[in-house]
Design a protein around this ligand. Sequence first.
Ligand code: IDP
Ligand code: MG
Length: 136
Amino acid sequence: MNNVEQTLSIIKPDAVERNLIDQIKSIFVKNDLRIKDNKKISISKEEAAEFYKVHQSKPFYNDLCNYLSSGPIVVMILEGKDAISKNRKIMGATDPKDADEDTIRKLYGISIDKNSVHGSDSLENAKKEINFFFNN
Ligand code: IDP
Ligand code: MG
């Protein structure tokens, strides 16, 4: 089981609102990322602020926290070979207009803030982020 990793994925409010949950999940599954756990939740602005703490010095931090707490989201643990980098590749660039063809953000993203999905960017952050939403 070399390089089997877990990563945190979030389907953001813009995608949940447009009923894209099943389409996005099917892209992960098609790419051999197993959905180990998932739940549809709403979070408070304070929880969003804690989750996105690494961005607290950025000019877009406040808008980002308002946005993630603006409606239901789906949080998922994805598991598979090289899950962290694979998920980042499947998601595409942060700004949908820079994203490669067939990536989730190219297909469904609206703008740099409404870019449909989140994915952990490192092993360390994946562990922290999974624990944030699925601490049992
Ligand atoms: P990522 O989601 O591709 O990892 P990050 O740089 O970690 O991108 O930024 C977190 C989120 O903050 C992005 O997904 C995006 O929604 C938002 N964001 C990033 N840069 C900007 C910006 O310049 N303006 C507005 N929102 C941004
Ligand atoms: Mg990031």
